[in-house]
Design a protein around this ligand. Structure first.
Ligand code: AMP
Length: 283
């Protein structure tokens, strides 16, 4: 397996691998610094496709100027070894210039409710960057199936909407959120957490798990569940809540009572590190 850096080369390699046959291509877009969450997507793609392509690209357009684009963890060599172990066929690692050129002016913007709430409130340009880069990567790789993690539940909803509305002939596969044994959702950003922050970060998953228990014991009122989670998180002095929301799992619309599948999603800063987590409730 090789690291492939240019659009021209990855297209040629995919064509060569297909050898004129109609093969299925599984694609896993990532920003690298791979962990078990990413690997679960890759393993699923490996099972379901003839060819597996992983991209590693820290996408500048989804970071605001004050965010962590420059310091985002990167280790392509380590990623390459992990990807090889998982049986990936090609790793696409383009430079920013290769994807955006010098004077990029074409963007994909998924508008409406779906990109007005949750993460969009504190990261207003985030999904424009995500949709744009994913559309570009889809046009380069032309996958049959593309794999995304439910860790980024709003991202899955936005990508599904974009794919439907732009008529991409690609099947979007949403994969379960992978956690550390103690409950912390795996994230490349977890390396930022200092020891005490790592401890206090556990309040995110703990609150979600307890809220789920409350729901299973009959609590269907969104406000009550939200308040419980907020109060719980506030017990940790390093935690600063960005949002805690409970929405319709499919449309991300606001709800008052849980009668259909719901998504409990939250974003919390622990020290300087912004973490997201979520859990599904089957209403
Ligand atoms: P990222 O490199 O953070 O952009 O993530 C690349 C892909 O891996 C996205 O589809 C994420 O949703 C997915 N992913 C990241 N963390 C996890 C996790 N803990 N469990 C499942 N999927 C994940």
């Amino acid at each position: 397996m090789e690291l492939i850096k240019t659009v021209k080369e990855i297209r040629e390699e995919i064509k060569k691998a297909a050898n004129g046959k109609d093969i299925s291509i599984g694609f896993v877009p990532t920003m690298g610094y791979l962990h078990e969450g990413h690997l679960s997507l890759i393993e699923r793609a490996r099972k379901e496709n003839d060819l597996v392509v992983v991209s590693i690209f820290v996408n500048p357009t989804q970071f605001a100027p004050h965010e962590d684009f420059d310091s985002y963890p990167r280790d392509v060599e380590r990623d390459y070894k992990l990807a090889t172990k998982c049986g990936v066929d090609m790793v696409f690692v383009p430079e920013v210039e290769e994807i955006y050129g010098e004077d990029s002016a074409t963007f994909v913007n998924v508008e409406g409710e779906i990109t007005k709430k949750l993460c969009s409130k504190s990261r207003p340009a985030f999904f424009k960057g995500v949709a744009t880069v994913v559309a570009k990567l889809f046009n380069i790789i032309k996958p049959t199936n593309a794999y995304f993690g439910q860790k980024d539940a709003q991202q899955v909803a936005v990508i599904k909407k974009m794919v439907k509305e732009l008529h991409f002939d690609i099947n979007i596969v949403a994969c379960p959120l992978v956690r550390e044994e103690d409950g912390l959702a795996l994230s490349s950003r977890n390396v930022y957490l200092k020891e005490e922050e790592r401890k206090q970060a556990l309040i995110l998953s703990k609150s979600l798990f307890t809220a789920k228990e409350m729901f299973l014991n009959g609590e269907k009122n969104v406000q009550n569940l939200k308040e419980f989670i907020i109060e719980n998180i506030k017990t940790q002095e390093l935690a600063e809540i960005d949002y805690v929301e409970i929405v319709d799992a499919r449309t991300l619309e606001d709800i008052e009572k849980i009668e259909k599948p719901a998504l409990v999603a939250l974003a919390v800063k622990i020290g300087k590190t912004r973490l997201i987590d979520n859990i599904h409730l089957e209403g």
